[in-house]
Design a protein. Structure first.
Length: 250
């Protein structure tokens, strides 16, 4: 596991964008695994700026997203379909047909989960997966206690996650109770993983991830079993991690 330290949110975002840009330049038909949430917005902004300035092209890129709420219309601004179009896809030259996001509106969610897993496999797997981390260590919507063997599945969101995500909704009642998410084993199949964290609210999760043992009570800890993981975190997110630990990892 490698650690790239950043001063603040902006620097974290720029460094993460650079990893993606280099990947896409090296392999134009890259399969990108994308995330939603507040953490990655600055990274998407940096990608858009680079696309406008340097013409980095996403024409041959395929993307798969980590998760989606169950039951939210795609026109709902809080759906991850809406988010991805709004924050990234409508600003770059990625082709609509090359984008897949879990179908949280499917009549049969279990079947849709299986299809999603198959669709990722048919693309040859994810080359570079971007991840945020929840305050309770969740990755995508894999909450504490999720099996490390899990594949794409439907989950009931914990109160802690619904509360953390409430800031995007008008009230807690509007926050969906369920989501569809790539499983932990789906995520671990990615060839390279980039985990981003910014701010004090993530300090404990990052400390537990770096120092804690590998255990299903901490979903992020599964990443320690992966051969190619890079954390990009800012000073606040790293504020609880000991200096020697940071040195060893960077
Ligand atoms: N499902 C998403 C995750 O994919 C995201 O990484 C995490 C952190 O979100 P944020 O970046 O807004 O802190 O929580 C959300 O619930």
């Amino acid at each position: 596991m490698k650690l790239i330290m950043a001063k603040d949110y902006q620097e974290m975002s720029n460094k993460a964008a650079d990893v993606i840009i280099n990947q896409v330049k090296e392999k134009p038909n890259t399969v990108l695994g994308l995330a939603t949430g507040g953490t990655v917005i600055g990274m998407y902004e940096a990608l858009i700026q680079d696309h406008q300035k340097n013409n980095t092209s996403y024409k041959e890129v395929h993307s798969v997203n980590l998760d989606e709420y169950v039951g939210l219309e795609y026109t709902n601004q809080q759906s991850y379909h809406y988010y991805m179009n709004d924050q990234l896809f409508s600003h770059i030259d990625i082709q609509a047909d090359n984008v897949i996001i879990p179908n949280g509106l499917a009549e049969n969610i279990d079947a849709a989960c299986q299809e999603y897993e198959k669709a990722i496999a048919e693309l040859g797997g994810v080359d570079l997966q971007i991840l945020g981390i929840g305050q309770n260590g969740h990755i995508a919507f894999n909450e504490p206690g999720t099996s490390f063997d899990s594949i794409t599945h439907k989950v009931e969101l914990t109160e802690s996650t619904r509360n953390a995500n409430m800031r995007y909704f008008d009230s807690i009642d509007e926050v969906p109770t369920h989501a569809m998410t790539m499983g932990i084993s789906t995520i671990l199949k990615s060839k390279q993983i980039l985990l981003l964290a910014s701010g004090k609210s993530k300090a404990e999760a990052i400390y537990n991830f770096i120092n804690g043992e590998v255990h299903e009570s901490n979903p992020a800890s599964a990443l320690k079993n992966h051969p190619n993981v890079t954390i990009i975190a800012d000073e606040e997110a790293l504020s609880l991690v000991e200096d020697d630990k940071k040195k060893v990892l960077s």
